[in-house]
Write a protein that binds this ligand. Structure first.
Ligand code: ADP
Ligand code: MG
Length: 539
C-alpha cells in the first residue's frame, strides 16, 4: 500500500540521488548567488526588474531581486527563503547571506571531489560556525554613541538611492528608533515594524519626514465636528455604531401596519443609548473600525465629540499603541479604563486630501511620510527606510558593532584558519573551506568597485595581520584600506551574526540532502540563471 503511494508520487517527479543531487544543488545555489553578486556594496549595480504586468522596478536590494524571480528549483527556493529570513530577522545582510552560502557549497563540492564525505563537511562547517560566532563577539566594539548608530544605519544604505536620500533616511531612522526604544525587564526593545509608513506622492524623496503621531488620511465623520484638540480622552471601538440592516439581518415578519415603524424607533433608541454610553465616559474622540450611522453622527457632533469611522485595522492598532488602550467590542461594557489618552489631534490638508494627525500619550506612535514623484520612488524610499530602521533598532537593542567593508570576514577567515590547525580530523579541511567562503564578501565588494579582487584580498589579509587589527577593511569611498572604526563603516553585530548563521544553516541543509525530488511541473528559472546552469554542465 505504502509502496504504491510512493510509486505514484515518484511518477510525477524527477529523482536524482547522492552526489548527482548534491552537484545539482550546488550549481543551483551558485547560479542564484551570481544573480545578486553584482548588487553587493556601495558600488553595486542596480537591477531592473520587470513583472508580468509590465511593471518596472529598479533596485539594488538582493532579497527584492530574489523574491521577484519566480524560481522553482527546490534548493534555490530554500536559499531564497533563508535570505527572506535574514530580511525578516536582521533587516539587512540578505545579499551577503546568499553569497556566503553559495561559496560554502562550492568549496564543499571541491572537497567532495577530493573524497571528503558531505556529512564530515557539514560537521566541520558547524564547528567553524560556533567558533566564528565567538570571534564575532570578541572583535566587536561597543557603540552607544548616536553618531555610531548613525554610521551603522548609513552603512546599511550603501548603494541604495542617492546620497542625500541616504543621509536623510538614516537620520530619520535613528530618530525613530530612539523614540521607539523601551525598557522591558532590564532589556531595551525597539520594534522597527511599529513605524507607520504613509506614502504622500509628490515632492522630492529627501522631503520624506517623520511625524510624531499617527497620521491617517481621513476627515471626521461629520463636517461640523471639532477638528483640532489639545489633550483629551479617546475611545477605540472594534466595530461600528450602526443600524441592523432590516432586509438581511432582521428576520421580522411585518404582519401589522406600524410594525416596521416600531422596529425603526427601537433601532433609533438603541443608537441613542450607545451614544449616551459614550458621552457618559467623557470621550473627546471616538474611533470606529466600522461605520457610524447618520443619526449617531449628529448626536455625537451635538455632544462635542469628534468621531472617525471605517478606520483600517492596521491604523486601529497604531492608534491603540499611541494612546495606550485597547479597542472595545461594545459601548455598553466599555469603562473609563478602556479610554486612551492623546496629547493633540488636528486635521491638515495635504494635496487635496484631509489627514488626521493624532499625537498619543505614548512614544509609540510614529508615521514616516514618504515623498517622491513616482510610485517607484516612494517604494524605494520605503525599502531604504525599512533597512535603516531595522539596523537602527538593532543598535539600540544591542549596542555593538562590527567593521564593514569586508574587514570582519577577513578577520574571521584569518582566525578560523588558525583554529582549523588545531583540529586533527578531516573537519580541518572543512573549516578551511568555510574560512575561504567568507572571503567572498571582500572579493565581491572589490570586484563591484572595479578593483583587482584577489590583489585586494591578499593586501587586506596582510595589512590586518601585520597591524594585528580586525578592523582594517576596504573603504570604497576613498578606495583605500582603512580602519573601519575611523571611517565610520560599521554594522550591527546582530546582522552579521544572523548572516553567518543563516548561510551556515542553508549550506549544511543542502549538504545533508541526499535525494532530490523535483516536481515535473515546468520549472520556472529566470533566463540568466538558466544559462548559467546550462553553462556549468549537467551532473
Ligand atoms: P546586503 O544585502 O548583504 O546588506 P549590501 O548591498 O547592502 O548587501 O552591501 C553590504 C556590504 O557593503 C557590507 O559588507 C558593508 O560592509 C559594505 N559597505 C557598505 N558601505 C561601504 C563602504 N563605504 N565601503 C566599503 N564597504 C561598504
Ligand atoms: Mg545591506
Amino acid at each position: 500500500m505504502a509502496a504504491n503511494d510512493d510509486t505514484t508520487i515518484l511518477e510525477e517527479t524527477e529523482r536524482t540521488t547522492g552526489r548527482a543531487a548534491l552537484r545539482k544543488n550546488v550549481q543551483a545555489a551558485i547560479a542564484l548567488a551570481n544573480t545578486v553578486r553584482s548588487t553587493l556594496g556601495p558600488k553595486g549595480l542596480d537591477k531592473l526588474l520587470l513583472d508580468e504586468e509590465g511593471g518596472v522596478q529598479v533596485t539594488n536590494d538582493g532579497v527584492t531581486v530574489l523574491e521577484a524571480a519566480r524560481v522553482e528549483h527546490p534548493t534555490a527556493r530554500m536559499m531564497i527563503s533563508s535570505s527572506s529570513t535574514q530580511d525578516r530577522v536582521a533587516r539587512d545582510g540578505t545579499t551577503s547571506t546568499i553569497l556566503i552560502a553559495a561559496e560554502m557549497l562550492q568549496n564543499a563540492w571541491d572537497l567532495v571531489a577530493q573524497g571528503v564525505h558531505p556529512v564530515v563537511i557539514a560537521n566541520g562547517y558547524r564547528m567553524a560556525e560556533v567558533e566564528a560566532q565567538k570571534i564575532l563577539e570578541l572583535i566587536s566594539k561597543e557603540s552607544t554613541d548616536e553618531s555610531e548608530i548613525l554610521q551603522a544605519t548609513h552603512t546599511s544604505l550603501a548603494g541604495k538611492g542617492h546620497s542625500d536620500i541616504q543621509q536623510r533616511i538614516s537620520e530619520l531612522a535613528v530618530q525613530a528608533a530612539a523614540s521607539l526604544a523601551t525598557q522591558e525587564n532590564g532589556k531595551i526593545r525597539a520594534d522597527p515594524t511599529l513605524v507607520k509608513i504613509l506614502a504622500n506622492k509628490g515632492g522630492q524623496a529627501n522631503e520624506t519626514h517623520l511625524v510624531n503621531g499617527v497620521v491617517i488620511a481621513k476627515k471626521p465623520a461629520h463636517p461640523e465636528m471639532t477638528q483640532s484638540r489639545d489633550a483629551g480622552k479617546i475611545l477605540l471601538i472594534d466595530g461600528g455604531i450602526e443600524r441592523r440592516n432590516t432586509v438581511i439581518d432582521a428576520k421580522i415578519r411585518i404582519t401589522e401596519a406600524g410594525m416596521l415603524e416600531a422596529f425603526r424607533n427601537k433601532e433609533s433608541e438603541m443608537l441613542a443609548k450607545q451614544v449616551d454610553d459614550i458621552i457618559a465616559l467623557g470621550v473627546d474622540i471616538l474611533v470606529c473600525k466600522d461605520g457610524i450611522d447618520d443619526q449617531a453622527r449628529s448626536l455625537l457632533e451635538a455632544a462635542g465629540i469628534t468621531a472617525y469611522r471605517r478606520v483600517h485595522r492596521n491604523d486601529m492598532e497604531a492608534l491603540s499603541r499611541a494612546v495606550g488602550s485597547h479597542p472595545v467590542h461594545s459601548t455598553s461594557t466599555a469603562s473609563k479604563d478602556d479610554l486612551g489618552h492623546f496629547k493633540s489631534s488636528r486635521q491638515e490638508i495635504w494635496g487635496d486630501v484631509g489627514h488626521w494627525i493624532l499625537e498619543g500619550s505614548q512614544k509609540q506612535g510614529l508615521t514616516l511620510v514618504t515623498r517622491g514623484s513616482s510610485e517607484e520612488m516612494l517604494e524605494e524610499v520605503e525599502r531604504c527606510f525599512a533597512d535603516a530602521i531595522g539596523v537602527a533598532c538593532h543598535m539600540h537593542e544591542e549596542a555593538r558593532s562590527l567593521a564593514g567593508g569586508g574587514a570582519t570576514q577577513i578577520a574571521l577567515a584569518r582566525r578560523l584558519r588558525r583554529f582549523a590547525e588545531t583540529i586533527p580530523g578531516r573537519e580541518q579541511l572543512a573549516i578551511e573551506a568555510y574560512a575561504e567562503a567568507l572571503e567572498v564578501i571582500p572579493r565581491a565588494l572589490a570586484e563591484n568597485a572595479g578593483q583587482d579582487a584577489l590583489g585586494r584580498l591578499l593586501e587586506l589579509t596582510a595589512a590586518q595581520t601585520s597591524a594585528d587589527s580586525d578592523w582594517l577593511g576596504l573603504d570604497l569611498e576613498s578606495e583605500s584600506i582603512s580602519d573601519m572604526h575611523e571611517a565610520g563603516i560599521r554594522e550591527p553585530i546582530a546582522v552579521t551574526r544572523q548572516a553567518i548563521k543563516g548561510a551556515t544553516d542553508s549550506a549544511v541543509s543542502v549538504l545533508r540532502i541526499d535525494d532530490l525530488l523535483w516536481a515535473k511541473q515546468d520549472p520556472q528559472i529566470p533566463e540568466g540563471v538558466m544559462e548559467q546552469l546550462e553553462g556549468m554542465g549537467g551532473a
